[in-house]
Design a binder for this molecule. Structure first.
Ligand SMILES: Nc1ncnc2c1ncn2[C@@H]1O[C@H](COP(=O)(O)OP(=O)(O)OP(=O)(O)O)[C@@H](O)[C@H]1O
Length: 265
């Protein structure tokens, strides 16, 4: 089974109000698909529907071959990681606690995290350059630091499929690059990644394929350089194509596979 997610003729929305219709897409293992679309076009709604957090208004979603509604939450959490848009949080957990929550589905009920779980949590934080935040209180760190903690939590899940909603939003330039490099590493390890971004240049750097979501419908999906053209992006965002052309990268970010990283978070 190489298909991680398959959505067919999906209609998405809330309480019967349709946000998007006729959405069909698939993601293979070891593939990065980036979703681009203007504010309010339905990216988060689509992600929540693909993850079974919102019921589809029509159509079907299969995750790793099974209908999304058929998964138990625990089994789903062992296979699928979700990085939501960073939220402030209300409970004063430490950052380590937040990351260990990613291990919850793998820890026996009533058991405490093992030495391995703690080491993995530390490794995930270190991989994102925020090992120093481990004992800090989640509600007392910056928005960008929270974003990195949520990505570390998803990595600690050791998922087969990772869905990330604007993972680079609110990150500084260095952390944006670190996260994008990490996305490339996940691909090398055979993990499927679905992510949204407001920065087409990020999508062009890491994605194998790009999907364009205009309000209400998918207007393009395919090979990144063929889909995210200046003309298509200009139409999607309602701006002049000449303003976009010079800002798009021509070289994708491809990291060499390093054996030592095979088992890294
Ligand atoms: N809980 C909700 N109930 C009803 N409508 C909602 C809800 N959340 C979002 N919407 C609406 O659904 C539409 C799509 O919103 P969504 O958050 O999916 O867009 P988005 O593409 O992720 O936007 P952004 O880029 O701004 O994060 C918008 O019109 C929004 O107002």
């Amino acid at each position: 089974m190489s298909v991680a997610i398959e959505a067919c003729d999906l209609a998405i929305g809330y309480h019967g109000r349709r946000v998007g219709t006729d959405i069909s897409l698939g993601i293979d293992k070891g593939e990065v698909l980036c979703l681009l679309g203007p504010n309010g076009s339905g990216k988060t709604t689509l992600f929540k529907t693909l993850l079974g957090l919102l019921p589809p208004l029509a159509g079907t979603v299969r995750v790793l071959g099974e209908p999304v509604a058929g998964w138990s939450r625990a089994a789903f959490a062992r296979k699928v990681g979700y990085v939501p848009q960073a939220h402030a949080g209300i409970f004063p957990f430490t950052v380590e606690d937040i990351v260990l929550m990613g291990r919850a589905a793998r820890i026996e009920r009533f058991a405490t995290p093992s030495r391995h779980d703690r080491q993995l949590a530390a490794d995930c934080l270190a991989a994102l350059g925020v090992a120093h935040l481990r004992q800090r209180t989640y509600t007392e760190i910056s928005g960008g630091e929270r974003q990195l903690a949520l990505i570390a939590r998803a990595l600690a899940q050791e998922p087969a499929l990772l869905v990330m909603d604007e993972p680079t939003a609110s990150l500084d330039f260095g952390n944006q690059v670190r996260v994008l490099e990490h996305v490339c590493r996940l691909r090398e390890r055979g993990i499927a990644v679905l992510m949204s971004t407001h920065q087409p240049e990020h999508a062009l750097r890491v994605a194998d394929r790009i999907a364009l979501l205009a309000p209400g419908r998918l207007v393009g999906i395919g090979e990144s350089s063929e889909v995210a053209t200046p003309a298509a992006l200009a139409a999607l965002y309602g701006v002049d194509a000449t303003a976009i052309a010079g800002s798009l990268p021509s070289i994708p970010l491809r990291l060499p596979r390093r054996p030592a990283e095979e088992n890294a978070p």
